[in-house]
Design a protein around this ligand. Structure first.
Ligand code: UDP
Length: 242
C-alpha cells in the first residue's frame, strides 16, 4: 500500500485539491431504468454506478425461501471495462465479499417480515471504478430501494474515511486508496446512527479509529441529504407532469 515516492499532500491539499474533510463531487439520479421496480444512477468522483432493484417477488428457487421474512440478494458486479486493466468478467472473491456485506447491511434496515417467502434483488453494476465503490454502490442501492417503494426504517448511506501520510481524511480517492495507510468504509442509518457496515483496510490506532469513524459518519450524513434530494427531485417531476 505504502510508496514513499508518491506525495499525497501538496501545500496542505490532497492530490485532487480537496481539504481533509471534503467529499468528492457526487451526483445522484433516482428512477432511471423503466423495467426495474426501482433504480438509481450515481456518480461519486470517478465512480459511475447503476443500481436496479426488483421485488419483493417470490424467491426462486423455492428452497431459498424463508417463510418468516424476505431474503435480500445484493449482487455487486464490476464491468470488465470499469477498471484500468480490463477485469475478468463474472464474480470473484472480492465481488462476492462486497455482495455479502452489502446484503447484510440492507437486511438490517429493510422491513423483511412484511414479505415472507419473497426476495428483494439489488443489482449493483459498477461501470467505472475509482475507489470507494462499495460505499457508492450501497448509497445508490438505498436510493433505488426507496424508489422501488420497499418499506424500510431509513435510507441507508455509506462513506469512507481513512489515513494518508499520517493524516485522517474523508472519502479516499484512487491514489489515496492505493498508497494511503488505511481505509474505513462505513454505512449507517442516518436517522438512528446505527452502523450497518464497518470494514477496515490498513492500520489505525484506537484514537485514530474513533476520529475516522466520526469523520465517516459526518460524511454519511452529508451524502444522505443528496439521496433525499434525488428522490424528491424524481417525484416532484412526476407530480408536475401529472
Ligand atoms: N480495483 C481495480 N481492479 C479490481 C478491483 C478494484 O482496479 O479488480 C480498484 C477500483 O478502482 C476500486 C479500488 O481498486 O474502486 C479499491 O478497491 P477496494 O477493494 O478497496 O473497494 P472499494 O474501495 O472500491 O470499495
Amino acid at each position: 500500500m505504502k510508496n514513499d515516492n508518491i506525495k499525497l499532500f501538496r501545500d496542505g491539499k490532497r492530490v485532487d485539491g480537496r481539504a481533509t474533510d471534503d467529499l468528492r463531487p457526487i451526483k445522484i439520479e433516482a428512477g432511471v431504468l423503466h423495467r426495474a421496480d426501482g433504480s438509481c444512477y450515481l456518480e461519486w468522483g470517478g465512480n459511475k454506478i447503476m443500481v436496479a432493484v426488483y421485488g419483493p417477488r417470490e424467491a426462486i428457487p423455492r428452497h431459498t425461501q424463508n417463510h418468516l421474512r424476505a431474503i435480500v440478494n445484493a449482487r455487486y458486479n464490476m464491468a470488465a471495462f470499469s477498471v484500468e486493466d480490463r477485469k475478468r468478467p463474472g464474480p470473484d472473491r472480492r465481488s462476492r465479499e462486497i455482495s455479502k456485506v452489502i446484503s447484510e447491511a440492507l437486511e438490517k434496515i429493510l422491513l423483511l417480515e412484511k414479505f415472507p417467502r419473497a426476495s428483494i434483488d439489488v443489482n449493483i453494476e459498477v461501470l467505472n471504478a475509482e475507489a470507494g465503490t462499495r460505499c457508492a454502490g450501497l448509497t445508490a442501492a438505498g436510493v433505488a430501494l426507496a424508489d422501488a417503494g420497499i418499506p424500510m426504517k431509513d435510507i441507508p448511506v455509506a462513506c469512507a474515511a481513512g489515513k494518508i501520510e499520517g493524516q485522517l481524511v474523508l472519502d479516499l480517492g484512487k491514489e489515496e486508496d492505493n498508497y494511503g495507510d488505511a481505509d474505513l468504509p462505513v454505512a449507517i442509518s442516518p436517522r438512528t446512527g446505527e452502523i450497518l457496515l464497518l470494514q477496515m483496510d490498513g492500520h489505525l490506532t484506537f484514537d485514530e479509529f474513533e476520529k475516522a469513524l466520526d469523520m465517516a459518519i459526518k460524511g454519511c450524513n452529508k451524502v444522505s441529504e443528496l439521496q433525499k434530494a434525488a428522490i424528491i427531485q424524481k417525484y416532484k417531476v412526476e407530480l408536475e407532469v401529472e
